[in-house]
Design a protein around this ligand. Sequence first.
Ligand SMILES: CC(C)(COP(=O)(O)OP(=O)(O)OC[C@H]1O[C@@H](n2cnc3c(N)ncnc32)[C@H](O)[C@@H]1OP(=O)(O)O)[C@@H](O)C(=O)NCCC(=O)NCCS
Length: 172
Amino acid sequence: MTAEPILQPALIYQTERPQDAPAVEALIDRAFGPGRYTKSSERVREFATFRPDLSFCAWHDGRLIGVVRQYLVEVSGRPVIFLGPLAVEEDERKHGAGADLVEHGCEAARAAGYGAVLLVGDEAYFRRTGFAAAPAASIRMPGPVDQRRLLLRALTPGGDQGLAGPVLPPAK
Ligand SMILES: CC(C)(COP(=O)(O)OP(=O)(O)OC[C@H]1O[C@@H](n2cnc3c(N)ncnc32)[C@H](O)[C@@H]1OP(=O)(O)O)[C@@H](O)C(=O)NCCC(=O)NCCS
């Protein structure tokens, strides 16, 4: 007897649209729980400019299964992209969607002309997608944060160099 092939629909990655916001918010709430709004990243997002054109949704057979949002901030007088939240539905994890979302976000930021992406997260996870704590050592978040969790990735040669001081709202 010949086994039937199992057809798994591929993930579709798409920039976030206004109508996606309720599902995106619900997914982020499920992934981070009630601590979501206490994070110092949230203080940054309060003054940063949301960039839906650099934020991505992962869809599986019509269901939203992952999201990465990105914002514009300024550090050392240079525009920098602030990545997060990143979240994948629990039953869809460990298949690469998280890394793919980060990659899509970084590629879109690079194509838009930005030199670096900043985030707060576990280096053990984000180093796989090119982030490191060392170049972010002199950057200051608005709230308390474990400095080892502040990570940078260069999008252009040297884009992660020379960034120091506070994370500020973007220049108008
Ligand atoms: C972190 C998260 C987005 C990863 O999504 P994902 O689709 O499973 O990611 P990937 O498939 O690209 O990578 C999975 C791998 O990363 C590992 N991993 C996940 N979180 C990790 C962490 N905090 N530290 C180290 N490794 C981690 C997994 O164990 C897995 O390892 P394996 O490849 O050896 O099996 C998902 O676990 C999630 O939504 N977590 C809750 C929200 C969160 O913590 N977001 C990140 C902080 S901004």
